[in-house]
Design a protein around this ligand. Structure first.
Ligand SMILES: Nc1ncnc2c1ncn2[C@@H]1O[C@H](COP(=O)(O)OP(=O)(O)O)[C@@H](O)[C@H]1O
Ligand SMILES: [Mg+2]
Length: 270
């Protein structure tokens, strides 16, 4: 073992740990994480959602929860999902100005000091980007695999590619790519490609990983997020909800596959 290598945290009783990542912010990563967690819960699984985005926590708003950290035992539960976020500990209006190592420490405490088990799935909303904090997390969290969220634009794809490279470097399997804000379904029921659609497919093909889903742009996605209930449960009949539910089904299938093939992989000595 390389002494400079961070140790992997062990989470007994947590079957699968799925990271939701993106190369850049604002692509809908947290919304994917929240809806994935909710969809997994709606299919009868025991689910946790850990918001590891220390600088931009969004779980408190997306789940409509504010708590008094002094009197609240963590994880808190809403809609049957176990939740943890920096936003429960500090005022979300206050910018958290922390350096990398302290961020890594906070997040590793979310993993080690919180009683997540028993869980079928722990979804982790990773901070955007591929810096030190993200790298440390990718190395220390016992990840089954990572889901990478991108929008169709080139600029987002370039950053998503960096995200792919980061997970490859730390030997975390990439479960696949999600293209968010992929298209728009008009009142007429027609599908409009607002941005150049298909970037997610291109990236997935290039990296040899599955395209897990394409999520349409839908104002109800943002409305539900702001209202504290993910769209998959608030408006399950909407096209975006259908896309998230389908995504969850594909992720379940693919991550089971990823977990099974990872068991067969020999230990890599770095
Ligand atoms: N498919 C979508 N359709 C419409 N709005 C979306 C969609 N996905 C995300 N949003 C909105 O875009 C904003 C950014 O999404 P968020 O999940 O916070 O991004 P990130 O975590 O990548 O920074 C939020 O207001 C969210 O509600
Ligand atoms: Mg976010």
């Amino acid at each position: 073992m390389n002494p400079g290598m961070p140790q992997k945290v062990v989470l007994p009783g947590v079957k699968q740990v799925i990271a939701v990542a993106s190369g850049k912010g604002g692509v809908g990563k947290s919304t994917v994480a929240a809806n994935l967690a909710m969809a997994l819960r709606m299919t009868g699984h025991a689910v946790g959602l850990m918001d590891a985005d220390i600088y931009g926590p969004s779980v408190p708003i997306m789940f409509g929860l504010s708590v008094d950290p002094k009197t609240t035992p963590f994880p808190v539960e809403k809609y049957g999902i176990r939740l943890m976020s920096m936003g429960f500990l500090v005022d979300p209006q206050q910018a958290v100005i922390w350096r990398g190592p302290k961020v890594a420490q906070a997040v590793s405490q979310f993993l080690t000091h919180i009683n997540w088990a028993p869980l079928d799935y722990l979804v982790i909303d990773l901070p955007p980007g591929t810096g030190d904090a993200q790298l440390t997390l990718a190395q220390t969290a016992p990840l089954t695999g990572a889901v990478i969220v991108t929008t169709p634009q080139d600029i987002s794809l370039i950053d998503a590619r960096k995200g792919l490279a980061m997970f490859r470097e730390v030997r975390v399997p990439v479960i696949g790519i999600v293209e968010n804000m992929s298209y728009f379904v008009g009142e007429d029921g027609k599908r409009y490609d607002i941005f150049r659609h298909g970037g997610g497919r291109k990236l997935a093909d290039e990296a040899g990983v599955p395209l897990l889903g394409e999520i349409p742009i839908d104002p109800l996605v943002a409305e539900s997020g702001d209202a504290g209930e993910p769209i998959v449960s608030k408006y399950p009949q909407s096209p975006a909800a259908a896309a998230y539910l389908k995504l969850a089904a594909v992720v379940m299938e693919a991550s089971a596959h990823t977990a099974a093939s990872a068991e067969k992989l020999p230990e890599v000595q770095l």
